[in-house]
Design a protein around this ligand. Structure first.
Ligand code: SF4
Length: 489
């Protein structure tokens, strides 16, 4: 099956929707041969045309060109994508749960429409009719938007920001990962210089934030795997954070303990002692076979032991990540993982859907899609979370996610991860430290935005650290301008 699109400046939207039905179909630049299997979408001066041909059978749909957007019409891109989607939905009998919605932040869309004064009925129509979104997914997105509203008010207070600190080291590489992360065994020598730079960058962030009059709201130390650091390195880093910021004022301080193969009782105690309020221990699955298959060097029992150690160290707000759609997993074994996570009773459980990123080993070495079990059926099992008292509080989608499905954070009431909401809904300034860090500056209620990027790779970050510090001065400069704009306006 090939995808062929003509007559549009960008066929991205059409291609994306066709892939809901034919995930691995290549895009071709030459017209398919007469009998060749294809989806052919075309805009011509006289209208829009969609054709599907498969195994000698075919079907077509045609529509006039849409009215211009200024006159209430749709863009030709959306209209052609929509026509093709309708054709393929009938042809295949598949009803994609999110319909024609290609955006990655459906909850944000609800917030935006509400802020723009749309009625609930108009938003219902927008999701259910225009985008053919299923009731189930829409109701979940709407419930999450309701739950987030008071939390977003805190994060939206002018002048608040969150601090992100990235640790790009891991004990081994997971097969589905495309993140820039160094292997601890290979790059151990780089860790100490990296931590030294990171501490200096954290100090610079405090200086810049003070100059700009910004108030720290939440802290997130993520990765990679932050517990790749030794206990002493964690003390050094978290000690620097504690020395520079008033932790009594932050609403949340998260450290991703990540993997049990580098997390021990001492590190868990350090994380607690230095002020973290929330940690993440991420099994991804409780199946030993699946863990081995994705390149994790630990067993399910190691996760249980790590979780018990974390409770012993006094951690009372724990998140656990699971992934639906891992190679070798089945609906039954995913359900067992979910039940196991629920039995541990963590405050948060985040269920991700596997994303096939180009740089991951799964995509590079294993181009098959058939090995991946029925992910939609796995996500259906998340009703077990609702039955156990968890409720969904943040949701986002990524490109190339199996069956175009979503990632959802579930929590016990009162345990919403604030940072997760702020980053997903893009409402807040985030100051980032570390390799690959992306600082996002927001002002004027979101009307002004600017990004400052750090170097992507840890060795470059260390070698060109003077430039990293220099760039950070852009934080105060940005808000200087903001104050000038406000006073002159
Ligand atoms: S632990 Fe996380 S960041 Fe590290 S390789 Fe695995 S998925 Fe990637």
């Amino acid at each position: 099956m090939k995808i062929y699109i003509t007559g549009l400046p960008s066929g991205y939207e059409v291609e994306h929707l066709v892939r809901l039905f034919y995930p691995m179909a290549p895009l071709t630049l030459t017209p398919p041969e007469n009998a060749e299997d294809c989806v052919w979408a075309e805009k011509t001066p006289d209208g829009l045309h969609a054709l599907v041909r498969q195994d000698g059978r075919s079907a077509e749909r045609h529509a006039p060109l849409p009215a211009p957007v200024e006159q209430g019409g749709e863009t030709p891109e959306f209209s052609l994508a929509s026509l093709t989607y309708d054709l393929l939905r009938d042809w295949t009998g598949i009803r994609p749960p999110w319909g024609k919605m290609t955006g990655v932040r459906p909850v944000r869309l609800i917030h935006d429409k509400r802020a723009a004064g749309w009625t609930e009925a108009e938003i219902d129509h927008f999701f259910l009719d225009r985008f053919d979104c299923s009731q189930q997914k829409y109701q979940m997105a709407k419930a999450i938007a309701d739950l987030q509203e008071p939390i977003l008010k805190v994060g939206n207070e002018p002048g608040t920001y969150s601090l992100y600190i990235g640790i790009p080291f891991c004990p081994s590489r997971c097969s589905y990962c495309s993140f820039v992360s160094c292997n601890l065994d290979r790059d151990r020598k780089m860790v100490q210089p990296y931590v030294d730079c990171l501490c200096r960058e954290v100090e610079e962030i405090r200086i810049q934030a003070d100059k700009a009059g910004l108030k720290l709201c939440s802290i997130y130390i993520g990765g990679g795997t932050p517990t790749s650091l030794s206990a002493d390195q964690l003390r050094q880093l978290m000690g620097t954070v504690r020395a520079n910021f008033d932790l009594s004022k932050v609403v949340e301080y998260t450290v991703e303990a990540g993997r049990p193969d580098c997390t021990d009782a001492e590190k868990l105690a350090v994380i607690k002692e230095y002020g973290a309020t929330r940690i993440s221990i991420n099994p991804q699955t409780f199946s030993d076979e699946v863990l081995a298959g994705i390149g994790r060097k630990h067993s399910a029992q190691d996760i249980l032991d790590c979780y018990a150690e974390a409770r012993k160290a006094g951690h009372d707000d724990i998140n656990m990540d699971l992934i639906a759609g891992l190679p070798g997993d089945t609906v039954e074994s995913f359900e067992r993982s979910l039940r196991q996570a629920i039995a541990l009773d963590p405050e948060n459980i985040t269920v991700h859907t596997l994303t096939l990123k180009r740089a991951s080993r799964i995509v590079i070495e294993d181009q098959k899609e058939n090995d991946y079990a029925d992910v939609a059926a796995m996500l259906e099992k998340c009703n077990l979370l609702a039955e156990a008292g968890y409720r969904p509080y943040y949701l986002y989608r990524q490109k190339n996610t199996l069956q175009n499905l979503e990632n959802v954070g579930w929590c016990k009431p009162g345990h919403e991860g604030y940072y997760n909401i702020y980053i997903m809904e893009e409402v807040q300034t985030i100051l980032s430290a570390g390799a690959g860090g992306s600082t996002k500056l927001v002002a004027d209620g979101g009307k002004r935005m600017q990004r400052i990027f750090n170097f992507k790779y840890p060795n470059e970050y260390i070698q060109r650290f003077a430039e990293v510090l220099e760039r950070k001065k852009g934080v105060a400069d940005f808000y200087d301008h903001d104050l000038g704009t406000q006073t002159s306006g």
